[in-house]
Write a protein that binds this ligand. Structure first.
Ligand code: UFG
Length: 328
């Protein structure tokens, strides 16, 4: 299939691009490189462009005879979304509407959309099922929920087939392709802990140990990025005009911040000093997916579900690329 991946040079997007590429699909990454990395995209498969550039998007869709879009391009830092919401509403909502317009003009009617567990806000029930109320608590979550609503309306009115995949914590790095996680600034737990093991930080700050969880630290569902990628391929294969899929993508198992640090100690052999500091604003105590619907609908099971195994793949990448991708 000919597929355009917006944000295909980013963390999750590049893993999906390589997974699709290895499976023999004709993939094109469309990325403005504001956060993505040229080196993360399979050779010769990058179109540098912005979501707001409708003409360029339309040309890419037509020129490469695109049959479906995977839409990863978005800002995804919860903290920055609070301090700079304008950028988030503009890029994540207006940018996506521009993409949907270009798709309509070019007669592309299938899309897999990166949504998030942040659309649930602070859930009433954990593990979280898709029927949990979507009540975001930050602008990032609102932007993703707004697009889920737009997709549902477009499916109804224009026969768009879509999958909204609600990721839990994307983690790890590819074991088959030369790509991994490189954010600037880095805010995610696993890469920050591994920076301690690499000697780039003295210690890791733990944001609160007074949560109502067994060890007092927050629990998250760390889903391997390659497992996210295979779920995208399976979702794409399910899409028909007008069809809708809304699925949680997680392992169904939680790990606490302390358990992640311990896994990093085991994998790296480094003692990883910690410092307990205050809670980070907006962090729910526990976010774990009930991924039964994705398992059944997509006939998909994550392969890398053990937190140590996830960390080991990340560690491989960070050891080989201690400062991330080479800067151009
Ligand atoms: N944490 C620390 N110290 C750090 C960094 C993180 O203790 O230096 C903790 C956080 O408080 C949280 C856990 O580690 O409890 C995981 O934090 P991340 O920043 O790695 O991930 P989040 O759970 O905050 O974010 C993820 C996705 C977002 C999504 C969000 C939904 O990355 O895109 O879940 O809440 F919006």
């Amino acid at each position: 299939m000919n597929v355009l991946l917006t944000g295909g040079a980013g963390y999750v997007g590049s893993h999906a691009a390589w997974t699709m590429h290895r499976a023999g699909h004709d993939v094109w990454a469309y990325d403005n490189l504001c956060e993505g990395h040229r080196q993360a995209v399979p050779e010769g498969r990058l179109v540098v462009g912005d979501l707001m550039d409708r003409a360029k998007l339309e040309a890419a869709l037509r020129e490469h005879q695109i049959e479906a879009v995977m839409h990863f391009a978005a800002f995804a830092n919860v903290g920055i979304s609070v301090t700079n919401p304008a950028e988030y509403y503009q890029n994540n909502i207006v940018g996506t509407l521009s993409l949907l317009d270009a798709m309509r003009t070019a007669n592309v009617n299938r899309i897999v959309f990166s949504s998030t567990c942040a659309t649930y806000g602070t859930p009433e029930q954990v593990p979280i099922t898709e029927s949990e109320k979507q009540a975001p608590i930050n602008p990032y979550g609102f932007t993703k929920l707004a697009i889920e609503h737009a997709l549902a309306d477009y499916a109804h009115a224009y026969d768009l087939g879509y999958a909204a995949l609600r990721y839990f914590n994307a983690s790890g790095a590819s074991t088959e392709s030369p790509i991994g996680e490189d954010h600037d600034p880095e805010t995610h737990l696993i890469p920050l802990v591994l920076q301690v093991a690499l000697g780039q930080r003295d210690h890791i700050k733990i944001f609160g140990n007074d949560y109502p969880t067994p060890d007092g630290t927050c629990i998250r569902d760390y889903i391997h990025v390659d497992d996210l990628a295979t779920a995208h391929v399976a979702a794409l294969e399910k899409l028909a005009p007008g069809s809708q899929l809304k699925l949680n993508l997680g392992t169904g198992h939680g790990a606490s911040v302390m358990q992640v640090v311990e896994a990093c100690r085991q994998v790296t052999g480094h003692p990883i000093p910690i410092e307990i500091v205050g809670r980070r604003e907006g962090d729910p105590a526990e976010l774990v997916a009930d991924a039964t619907q994705a398992n059944q609908t997509l006939n998909w099971q994550p392969k890398c579900t053990d937190i140590e195994a996830v960390v080991a793949t990340a560690w491989q990448w960070h050891q080989k690329n201690p400062t991330g991708y080479e800067k151009e």
